[in-house]
Design a binder for this molecule. Sequence first.
Ligand code: HMG
Ligand code: MG
Length: 298
Amino acid sequence: KWPDKVTIKEVGPRDGLQNEKEIVSAEEKIEWIDALSQTGLSYIEITSFVNPNWVPQLSDAEVVAKGIKRNPAVTYGALVPNMRGLETALEADIDEVSVFMSASETHNRKNINKSIDQTFPVLQETINGALAAGKSLRGYVSTIFGCPYEGKVPIEQVFMVCDRLFDMGIGELSLGDTTGIANPRQVEEVLDLALKRYDRNKIALHFHDTRGMAMANVLKALDYGITSFDSALGGIGGCPYAPGASGNVATDDLVYMLEDMGISTKINQAKLLDAAVRIQQSLGKKLPSHQMAVYSEQ
Ligand code: HMG
Ligand code: MG
């Protein structure tokens, strides 16, 4: 009943690092991304072209994007909030542009300084600009399973925002559990409705593991035949403008589970762990994933 293969979209260099206070040098980021490019991953979100005052850790976006060795088998994506960001992203020749917003009004304002209504025209011109430049488009919607400021978000509100992003021209929609509050029952409720509305091949799930439920939620999404998942190597990550947000589901744990279940990811686990050790050294602290705990026992 599960899919035979799954695409893992590595968001560690973006979501994973954006909440880290200790600045990792551009050189170390480049070396890490270059190592990730050799693991078999087909997609890496490498940075964000946001206001550097808002996310100082990623203020070197352009240097990183221009400094990495591109593997033609990998799509390199980045977050882009507006035209100002798009200009730099195009200059740095990003393959795929990811726009982002929230289903809840308060998180949207705290994260991108605009109301939901004010956000649509900004994203529309960004999407138009990216499409005109021949780039593919991804859209993130945050707080779909709940908002750290508002609590439960009405499902009609979630779909209103998702519909708008699809209407504006995104190719894939990533449904974000920003603060890791989803449970498998909720995943079921959202996917029951979402898959009546949208093509399953255009939906990705983006789980954070704040409460240890990310893997259970992935499994539930697999029951629905979802084949695209976002994760961060070592389980680092979190949105700086969502209190309590912590790491994404760990790529190394996800690859381990999927491969052990016979679901192909095409990712080499030994190379993945080598890349994890590299970023662990740069961050100077133990990464939270289970695979890294097993690895350091050996
Ligand atoms: P703003 O301050 O409202 O922007 O920021 P503004 O348009 O009023 O401009 C103010 C100044 O910022 C101007 O400079 C602009 O040039 C500059 P000044 O003229 O005053 O000198 N500016 C920029 N500089 C560089 N690059 C840019 C840019 N845009 C404006 N792109 C903005 C609005 C959206 C830019 C800001 O709020 C921002 O950068 N927010 C980013 C927050 C963020 O990155 N959050 C984390 C990512 S989202 C996430 O983690 C969730 C996700 O993982 C899914 C999930 O888990 O749910 C995706
Ligand atoms: Mg996230």
